[in-house]
Each structure stands twice: as C-alpha cells, then as structure tokens.
Ligand binder design. Structure first.
Ligand SMILES: Nc1ncnc2c1ncn2[C@@H]1O[C@H](COP(=O)(O)OP(=O)(O)OP(=O)(O)O)[C@@H](O)[C@H]1O
Ligand SMILES: [Mg+2]
Length: 371
C-alpha cells in the first residue's frame, strides 16, 4: 500500500449553466486522515466528489495533489492521476452480469498489465480485507446490500489508491451493518494510510468515524475542521446537523433563507458530550493519528475553548505529558479526565467566530487562504 496524499482545494466553484451549486470551496484534507462531508440533500456533495476525480469540471478554483492542479492539468495527466483515486459509488456500481471476482479484477485488467496470477493474488487480498473471501463466484444480484458495498469497496481498493472517496457508503444499510462498515473503514485506513473522504447522512458515522468534518450548506462549505471543532460547535447549522435535531435553521427546503434568521434567534444551542472516535479493531494507532496530533496541537490556540478542551480530554496520558499539559484540565495519569472547565489552554484562544460572510463562511483553521 502506498499511503495517502494531501488534497488541497482552493476557491473551487461549480455551476451547471446559470445554476450555481457551490462557490469558493477551500479546505485541505491532510494526508491519510479520515474526512467526512455532510450537508442537506442537493447541496452538491456528489458533484464535489465528481469534480475531485475529474468527471465534472469546476469553472473556478484549484485542486492540488502532489502540487499538480487537477483543474488545469492535461487529459493525459488526469488519466494518470485518476489512478490515485478509489471510488465507492453509492450503490457499489458493480456490473450485474459479472461475478464478484471479475468485478473486483476489472480495474486491474483495465488499467494495468498484471498477469492473471498476480490479479488473482490481489483480488484475493482485497476480498479478504473486506470480509468477502469465498464469495468470488457470487453475482451482485445474489448478495445483500451490505455485501455489495463491501465488494464495491474491494474494487475501489484494488489499485492501492492514495485517496478513497465514499459516496454514502452507509445508505440503505441497517444500523448494525453500518457499524460493521464503519469499523471496516477505520481498519482499512489503519492498513492503508490512504486519505479518505466520506459523504454521509448518518449522524453516528459523522460523530464517530472522522478525523475532520466538513458541512456543505447554502452553496458553500460552511465549516471544515477537526472533529472536536465541529462536534463541540454551537453554530446553529453545525449543531443541528451533527445532532440530527428537527429544530434549527435547516428546513425541509434547504434554501429557507427567510426562516433561517428567525429560527436562529429562537434556538438554544445545546451540544451533547462528544462520542469517542472509533479505533481500529487491532487496537493499533493509525499513522494518521500521530501526524494529526502534531497538527491539531499546533493549531490548538486558534480553536474555541470547547474544542480545545475536547482535544485535551481525548489525549492519552503520554501525549499530555509530551505536550506539557499535565494539570491542564485533566489529570496526568490514571483517573478520569477532569470535567470540561471551558478555560483556555496554552496560549490565549483566537477571538470568537466572526459572523459568516455572505460568500464563503467561516471555514475553520484548516481552510486554505480565501481567494
Ligand atoms: N450533470 C448535472 N447536470 C446538471 N445538474 C446537475 C448535474 N449533476 C448534479 N446536478 C445538480 O446539482 C445539485 C447537487 O446535486 P448532488 O447530487 O451533488 O447533491 P447531493 O448533495 O449529493 O445530494 P444527496 O445528499 O441527495 O445525494 C442538484 O440540484 C442536481 O440536480
Ligand atoms: Mg449525493
């Protein structure tokens, strides 16, 4: 496995004819981390994934991978870059007339010159990874929705991608299968260190799976940042989305501007305690976790107090010692973390979140520079 790569999106804008889908989307997915993208239906999350892999062309902005701007690169180069991506489409997108073995072998036969014995070895390895060993001869129509998703995932992984995109991997699955799939996703991230971007509507997935969360809302990326930032956020849109409440500015029609202000004024934001993040089932620390810790601790002073506290509360004792946080809201060893005091840690925090500007919104400290 080759490991992941950073994906930097700057000022990306997409319209179909006169209809703008989203504008000025800027954020960076750090190498190897798990990112979740949320947002009401129709806000353009799938369109965003298609722009990333070059199936759709944005009219402005850039997508940088390995310092190549995908929006401006040649068709030949894009063909090569596309091999860095594995994509799990919503329905698995398997060929109905091919058995699982041939479905999963398809990208290898299409994009590589590997011999059949090599292909057999790789397909067997990926089917084992997703728990489908022994199901090679089954047709997609003969297996459950959960198995189809896993077969789609095996196919997405077969070229050892550096970036894996998942469009609603959990749609149509019952809560138990969703839990299994989420565990599988964390385990795959541990095994591959590839960069993951997962579009989901499932709140439990958003609360427990990602390192970073983004929310598409009102034709822009309303916020993107570390999980602790969004899961402790009192921003009405973010809090409503991550806690699945009916009350809030997001209405049935996602463009309810008129009611938004009124709704916002009447809302009392309460944020429930953060759930712990899923760990790999082998209990190993993901390579991305160490890199992320460095990054998040480096930006700690820029985050709101609740996010700072959530990060410190989630640190292992050794990490607390390493960052000189012994006594900063949590005991040095053993016992339970002290209750969140909301007091500031390390350096003074950044000023409160500024009001969201009409064009781009506050995107959090991980966003790229505004353009
Ligand atoms: N090829 C296309 N041509 C024109 N309009 C399109 C095209 N693809 C998508 N759209 C429009 O872009 C908007 C965003 O669609 P998209 O499928 O990305 O939403 P989404 O956020 O993924 O929604 P959901 O959560 O329901 O999957 C929709 O209004 C859709 O009709
Ligand atoms: Mg979609």
């Amino acid at each position: 496995m080759s490991g992941g790569v950073e994906v930097r999106v700057e000022g990306l804008t997409k319209s179909f004819g006169m209809a703008n889908i989203w504008s000025d989307v800027s954020f960076t997915m750090p190498k190897g981390e798990i990112n979740v993208l949320l947002g009401p239906s129709g806000t353009g999350k799938s369109v965003f994934l298609k722009c990333l892999i070059g199936l759709l062309k944005p009219e402005a902005g850039s997508i940088f991978i390995h310092d190549i701007d995908l929006v401006r690169t040649s068709a030949e180069k894009m063909y090569e870059i596309r091999k860095l991506f594995g994509v799990l489409f919503q329905d698995g997108a398997l060929f109905g007339s091919m058995n699982l073995y041939d479905n999963i072998a398809f990208p290898l036969r299409e994009h590589t010159k590997k011999s059949e014995p090599e292909i057999r070895r790789i397909v067997a390895e990926k089917m084992e990874m997703v728990g489908l060993a022994g199901d090679e001869m089954k047709l997609p129509g003969e297996i459950s929705g959960g198995m189809r998703k896993r077969a789609g995932l095996a196919r997405a992984l077969v070229l050892d991608p550096e970036i894996v995109l998942f469009d609603e991997p959990d749609s149509g699955l019952d809560p138990v299968r969703t839990a299994y799939l989420n565990q599988l996703i964390v385990d795959l991230n541990e095994a591959t260190d590839a960069t993951f971007l997962i579009v989901t509507h499932d709140i439990n997935t958003a609360q427990t799976l990602p390192d970073n969360i983004g929310i598409m809302y009102h034709k822009h990326l309303a916020m993107f940042g570390p999980r602790e930032l969004l899961l402790t956020s009192e921003d009405p849109v973010v809090a409503q989305f991550l806690n699945g409440r009916r009350e809030g500015p997001i209405g049935m029609s996602e463009e309810k501007d008129a009611s938004e202000k009124a709704a916002e004024q009447g809302i009392r934001i309460t944020v429930p305690p953060m759930k712990p993040q899923l760990m790999p089932s082998n209990r190993r620390r993901r390579a991305a976790e160490d890199r992320r810790l460095e990054r998040v601790m480096g930006m700690l002073h820029e985050l709101p107090p609740r996010a700072q506290q959530a990060i410190v509360d989630s640190l292992a004792d050794a990490d607390r010692q390493r960052y000189g946080l012994v006594g900063a809201g949590a005991p040095a060893s053993g016992g339970p973390a002290a209750p969140s005091s909301g007091r500031h840690l390390l350096r003074p925090p950044a000023p409160p979140m500024p009001p969201r500007p009409p064009n781009g919104g506050w995107r959090g400290p991980m966003s790229g520079p505004p353009r």
